[in-house]
Design a protein around this ligand. Sequence first.
Ligand code: DGI
Ligand code: FE
Ligand code: FE
Length: 191
Amino acid sequence: MDLKKLRKKMRKVQDEPRYEHTLSVAYTAANLAAVHGGNVEKALRAGMLHDCAKCLPDHDKLELCKKYHIHVSDMERRNPSLLHAELGACLAKELYEESDPDVLNAISSHTTGRPDMSLLEKIIFVADYIDPGRTKGTHLREIRKMAYEDIDRAVVRILRDTLEYLVKTKTDIHPGTQRTLDYYLKHEKVS
Ligand code: DGI
Ligand code: FE
Ligand code: FE
């Protein structure tokens, strides 16, 4: 689906702040792709689509997961918001004509990350965090700069800060988030 049409669709299914975030992530992802030698066009599409399932009511998220045979763990049932990434990839394919596997993976892994992410997946994961409209988040200034200089270090830093925040706020940790950090601490340069 072309970008103009995608913008129209997202404007319909997202509330205003979410739509602003979506545009912001898409353009940030495009810049990251340009800097890191990725595909700018795919970065824009993945950015536009990454939160396409975010604004559905929890009940609808759970129903749609059933429809698309997405496995829902007990932890995810208690935190249905976490399902918007994997569900988003299914909706991107079904409703928004996205067939590129890398774009679909980037949508699917954008919340928890996953071990051995492609460049595009890292770009969306990072762009979601450094969206210029975002004001909350530790080390944002530093991570924004790092994202353009060393994206792997930015991925590790975001995962660490996210996990620290989850511990501090006594929020359930998704095993995927921990698994991703463990992987990158083992395989990448550690900050
Ligand atoms: O959809 P966005 O708000 O743009 O961002 P996102 O897809 O990264 O999801 C946002 C929330 O997901 C953010 O507040 C952190 C949370 N999150 C990430 N990992 C975990 C988590 N929440 C829980 N409960 N457990 C996790 O491991
Ligand atoms: Fe999201
Ligand atoms: Fe997002």
